[in-house]
Design a protein around this ligand. Structure first.
Ligand SMILES: *Cc1c(COP(=O)(O)O)cnc(C)c1O
Length: 375
């Protein structure tokens, strides 16, 4: 590695306002669920135009809570896309359900509606829930997926871990126009951060109430009861978000538009400079991606050498993702290569370039020049 600073593929952007917001929370009477958690929920739900927001300690927890709220249990089937983080599939297994995968569209890298329809028609066992993912913040074809799911009575959870700030037409991802529940992640590499954190949005009060109970042991309280009374009605978890995390989330949300603008700008600079040299992800017409990742496609023969070349020059590019079912754990469940050919072909060519709000043009130029120097 040369002696220049390492450029990560992504990192958080923390300013003085974030720091003072967290300090204020720390010296307040509440550091776990206090006033800032519901404030963060209301503010984010308002931004994405959903009726309810349920904050949790991660998107993984929110996906688990969402599956539980939709009644996913032993004997059920959940389908997701193989090109995602493992959490998109693990959530079904947490509920005792089985999971399977629908191949991607090779251009958008999202769950392919045609493949979904064909798989439904070819399967005796239908999924109870499908979990499309807005890969890299590029919205999936939710209109088509929703139409197919509705005519087969399948519920939808949108995994929007990458997609806070993205839009489908004028609809913000998260308004649940095409889904039952949408889930966001606030891991430091995502669009905004709370350290660790996640949120589920929904327009259905029953689903929101279930998730609120689920994140706190399955316990419910009623305003008409005495303040010391509570009942555990279901088996839940401790998935609560702290007020410390929510204070950071509230402060970060104020910068969401700015973050999206910077990521868009950086993505456009990559596109202009690398046009014709590498394949790229395509957005659907009338959608606005959040540009969480900038993925290029390289020649598969050169992929591992290119990763090594970038790392040698201090640029820690990433591979999003190996198809989930090729992970050893999933292989152990019986999944085999060949299940989703588009996903497997993509995996052999993918490379995520650095994109984050504080990435300077000069550092981005270093990324571009290092890529171009690869022979
Ligand atoms: C990051 C991520 C998750 C999990 O998010 P956490 O907040 O880290 O639990 C789930 N799905 C996708 C697509 C992700 O990128």
């Amino acid at each position: 590695m040369d002696h220049k600073t390492v450029i990560p593929y992504s990192t958080q952007s923390i300013c003085i306002h974030d720091i003072s917001a967290v300090v204020k929370a720390l010296v307040s009477p509440f550091i776990t669920t206090g006033p800032r958690v519901p404030m963060f929920e209301i503010t984010l739900a308002d931004i994405v135009r959903a009726k309810h927001g349920v904050a949790m300690n991660s998107a993984t927890s929110a996906l688990h809570a969402a599956c539980s709220a939709l009644g996913v249990t032993k004997g059920d089937l959940v389908w997701t896309t193989p090109i995602s983080f493992v959490a998109s599939a693990n959530c079904a297994l947490y509920c005792g359900a089985d999971v399977d995968f629908v191949d991607i569209d090779p251009l958008t890298l999202n769950m392919c509606p045609k493949a979904l329809e064909a798989k439904i028609n070819a399967s005796e066992r239908k999924p109870k829930v499908i979990i499309p993912v807005h890969m890299a913040g590029f919205p999936a074809d939710m209109k088509a997926i929703h139409r197919i799911a509705r005519s087969n009575k399948i519920a939808i959870i949108e995994d929007a871990s990458h997609a806070l700030g993205a839009r489908i037409g004028t609809d913000p991802v998260g308004n649940c126009k095409y889904s039952d529940i949408t889930v966001f992640s606030f891991h430091p590499v995502k669009m905004i951060t709370t350290g660790e954190g996640g949120m589920a949005t929904t327009n259905c009060k029953d689903l929101a109430d279930h998730m609120k109970a689920f994140r706190s042991h399955g316990i419910v309280k009623d305003p008409s009861w005495q303040p010391w009374q509570y009942e555990q009605r279901n088996l839940g978890m401790n998935y609560r978000m702290t007020d410390i995390a929510a204070s950071l989330g509230l402060s970060q949300l104020r910068k969401l538009e700015d973050f999206c603008g910077k990521r868009y700008d950086l993505s456009m600079r990559y596109c202009m400079n690398l046009e014709g040299k590498f394949g790229r992800q395509h957005r659907l017409p009338n959608t606005q991606p959040s540009h969480h990742l900038h993925i290029i496609r390289v020649r598969k023969e050169a992929q591992s050498d290119m990763f090594a070349h970038m790392y040698k020059h201090g640029i820690t590019v990433q591979l999003h993702y190996k198809p989930i079912y090729l992970q050893p754990y999933y292989r152990g469940l019986g999944f085999k290569p060949g299940l989703c050919p588009n996903a497997e072909a993509y995996y052999e060519e993918a490379m995520s370039l650095p994109v984050y709000p504080d990435l300077s043009y000069s550092k981005q130029n270093r990324v571009i020049e290092t890529l171009e120097r690869f022979q």
